[in-house]
Write a protein that binds this ligand. Structure first.
Ligand code: PLP
Length: 359
């Protein structure tokens, strides 16, 4: 006996999605982005499942990279933001992590740190995101100095797309053009595409792709966009009905009494709330799958529970299975109902939710 809130992780689906990214990239290098605990799926489990296929992995910081190494992952791991403090540099060298270099301060720290083995550096070009990276002219000025450093083994040029999920944005083309210009001047391998790039911008395909969200079965685009590819669902967030109430017109449901019945209704209470990572801002009408049929959220999501409309569902009793997102309810649809994106849903599933791995 225990609370039923569970995230089922479909590891085979992650493999299939990785293979799709690799295939779209026509076999060129494809980093499996497993930062943020593999978007909430469990970084070590995902990395091991992909170990025979992934060319390399990408994470946000050295703690995430070390966790993978300690779990036995031997493939290269890219630190997407490089190091934050100089004490990380010897560890990066020891474990042969690939290392983004995005600012002068990092370059200075690296130059001051003698290393037994040099690093593969991913030099970040800011093409318009204005978050991390050097400008083109800064890279051209510093490149001779960078290549002279004994700490640098080789250099890959990387940039990040700001608007690749907006299919008609002119920004993407401009960003790609700027990177290509520098790539040709310096004759370096390059990396541009995130998932949106892989799925919708063939001109962003390069020596290395960096797909994240598509590995986890969610589209980076608005739900109204039809994808030319099939992504496989990788996470099923599920629970059970723990209480049922037959209500009369005028009865309200939940905090703030924001749902008021306008007819006789049967409402089921589900053991899943915002403390599990289900978005509190999901409104009335958000789809929920109850015992094999689509139902919908009524009333506010509370910390540990939410309520669904099961009017006319005589088949639904206590213990009936509920899918919050998964194969029947698209996480992207839930995200849109909550005014967010599937990235925050996946990374927001909390430790209280049991994870169960399936092939
Ligand atoms: C997170 C991240 C990615 C992956 O982005 P998705 O939209 O999840 O595919 C790629 N590149 C960088 C630099 C990132 O930070």
């Amino acid at each position: 006996m225990s609370r039923a809130a569970t995230a089922i992780i479909h590891l085979d689906a992650i493999c299939q999605n990785y293979r799709l990214a690799k295939q779209i990239g026509q076999g060129r290098g494809t980093l499996a982005v497993v930062k943020a605990n593999a978007y909430g799926h469990g970084a070590a489990q995902v990395a091991h499942k992909l170990h025979n296929e992934a060319d390399a992995y990408a994470v946000a910081c050295i703690e995430e990279a070390l966790e993978l190494r300690q779990s036995g992952i031997t493939k290269p791991i890219l630190l997407l933001e490089g190091f934050f403090t100089p004490d990380e540099i010897p560890l990066i060298s020891e474990h042969q992590f690939w290392c983004a270099l995005h600012c002068q301060e990092q370059l200075d720290m690296l130059a001051r740190t003698p290393l037994p083995t040099p690093l593969s550096v991913w030099l970040k070009l800011d093409t318009g995101m204005h978050r991390l990276g050097f400008r083109s002219d800064q890279i051209l000025n510093r490149y001779p100095e960078i290549t002279r450093l004994s700490q640098v083994k080789d250099v890959t040029l990387m940039t990040h797309l700001a608007c690749a999920d907006e299919l008609s944005s002119p920004m993407t083309g401009k960003q790609i053009t700027e990177l290509r210009r520098l790539e040709q001047q310096l004759k370096l391998p390059s990396s541009i595409a995130n998932s949106a790039g892989v799925l919708a911008h063939p001109d962003s395909l390069s020596d290395w792709q960096r797909p994240g969200i598509m590995l986890y079965g969610a589209s980076p685009f608005a739900m109204a966009e039809t994808l030319p590819y099939t992504l496989h669902t990788t996470m099923t967030l599920q629970s059970e009905i723990i209480a049922i109430h037959d209500l009369q017109p005028g009865d309200s449901v939940g905090y703030g009494a924001t749902w008021v019945c306008d007819r006789p209704m049967r409402v089921g209470t589900v053991a899943m709330g915002y403390a599990d990572g289900y978005p509190r801002h999901a409104g009335n009408g958000t789809p929920v799958w109850v015992a094999g049929q689509q139902s919908q959220l009524v009333g506010r999501v509370s910390m540990d529970m939410l309520t669904v409309d099961i009017t006319g569902r005589d088949d639904v009793g206590l213990g009936a299975p509920v899918e919050l997102w998964g194969k029947h309810v698209n996480a992207g649809t839930v995200a849109e109902h909550a005014g967010t994106i599937p990235y925050t849903l996946f990374t927001g599933v909390t430790a209280r939710v049991k994870k169960r791995y399936q092939d």
